[in-house]
Write a protein that binds this ligand. Structure first.
Ligand code: B1M
Length: 208
């Protein structure tokens, strides 16, 4: 639809100011924060990825589109902030070492928070040692790892096996554009989620 398409074009053009203000209009007009991300930001970033693949976009465009996407996500996420109350579970999130993609993980974290989970987000490019140190300190129920590149899927596999070895009682879930359910299975993760809402469903089914 029109307003979503305009916001998508602004992301594609890397115009953070316009993307942010169009997102503000949509949200003020009652659009749900999740639909702004799912129906506006994600299709635009997919188009950015395709242009990059075809050699029509280079790294500078990728970066300015990502910044425009972030300004929209930040606005949407503010509105989704946790509603309070006892946490339904404790979740540790990170993008694996060597991988700087964090937009998707941030969406997952915000949606989990908005569903009442306590989320600690260690950020991106997180070495396994840092992850384990925090995981051993906190009483986490679930660790969620994100990877977007073929190269960092290997790092993810190593991290999953290390966590399962050191913390056998913690559920390890994985996600990210390059990850699939069969890959998750092959590296011994407890589950795979293709998007933020399925992450919540998966966590609910595991923690009861
Ligand atoms: Co890069 N990048 N990038 N990039 N980038 C991809 C991933 C790529 C597919 C683009 C392409 O070539 N078509 C490609 C990887 C190819 C591959 O290995 N298979 C790629 C590349 C090559 C690179 C660089 C190497 C480019 C270069 O330097 N030459 C470089 C790598 C840097 C590094 O990591 N070391 C690079 C850099 C960047 C930017 C920094 C410019 C920027 C990231 C900004 C940021 O995240 N802060 C960027 C972006 C934006 C992309 C694309 C265009 C979009 C990614 C994105 O944010 N998607 C991407 C192409 C694409 O995927 N279409 C691409 C939107 C986001 C909401 O989706 O992350 O999938 P996603 O998250 C979803 C689900 O996957 C799931 O839920 C989220 C919400 O629905 N999910 C989880 C994610 N994590 C989860 C964890 C869970 C559960 C669910 O835990 C339980």
């Amino acid at each position: 639809e029109g307003p979503y398409r305009d916001m998508g074009s602004a992301i594609l053009e890397g115009d953070a100011l316009r993307a942010g203000s169009l997102a503000g209009h949509l949200l003020d007009g009652g659009a749900s924060p999740l639909s702004v991300v799912n129906d506006g930001v994600i299709p635009a970033l997919e188009a950015v990825g395709e242009k990059y693949d075809r050699g029509e976009f280079f790294l500078p465009q990728l970066i300015s589109s990502a910044e425009a996407a972030r300004s929209v996500c930040d606005r949407a996420m503010e509105l989704l902030a946790a509603s309070g109350g006892e946490p339904r579970g404790r979740i540790l999130l990170a993008t694996v070492e060597g991988d700087l993609h964090d937009l998707g993980k941030n969406v997952v974290g915000t949606i989990l928070r908005s569903h009442g989970y306590l989320v600690t987000d260690l950020g991106k490019d997180v070495p396994c040692s840092v992850l384990l140190e925090e995981a051993e300190k906190g009483r986490y129920d679930v660790i969620g790892l994100s990877a977007l590149m073929t190269s960092t899927m290997r790092t993810m596999a190593a991290a999953v096996s290390e966590i399962r070895h050191r913390l056998p009682r913690v559920f390890v879930l994985v996600g990210g554009a390059s990850v699939s359910a069969s890959f998750a299975d092959s590296i011994g993760a407890h589950g795979f989620a293709p998007d933020a809402v399925s992450t919540v469903r998966l966590v609910e089914s595991l923690l009861g």
